[in-house]
Design a protein. Structure first.
Length: 88
C-alpha cells in the first residue's frame, strides 16, 4: 500500500519491483542493475540530498513501466505442464 520503497536490502529491491513499487536504493551499488536501467529504482547511497531528489523523481513519474524482467510469474505452471506432456 506504499507509494515508494526505500531500502538497503538487495532482496527488498527486487520485491518492490515485483509489486510494482518504485525503489530508492540506500546503497552505493546494486546487484539488480536492471532495475535502475529500466527506471524503477535509483541508487542514492546514504546521501540525504540524493535520497530526497530520488523520492521526488520517482513519485513524480507518470505511467512508470515495470517490464517483465523476471518472467510472468507462471514458471511453476509451465514446468508442470511440460512434465505432464513428457510423462503422459
Amino acid at each position: 500500500n506504499c507509494k515508494i520503497v526505500m531500502t538497503d536490502s538487495g532482496g527488498v529491491q527486487k520485491e518492490a519491483f515485483y509489486f510494482e513499487k518504485p525503489c530508492v536504493i540506500l546503497r552505493p551499488e546494486t546487484e539488480w542493475i536492471e532495475l535502475v536501467e529500466c527506471g524503477t529504482a535509483i541508487i542514492t547511497d546514504a546521501d540525504e540530498n540524493k535520497i530526497i531528489e530520488a523520492y521526488g523523481t520517482l513519485t513524480q513519474r507518470q505511467g512508470m513501466q515495470f517490464p517483465k524482467l523476471y518472467g510472468d510469474g507462471r514458471a511453476s505452471e509451465f514446468i508442470c505442464e511440460e512434465m505432464v506432456k513428457h510423462l503422459a
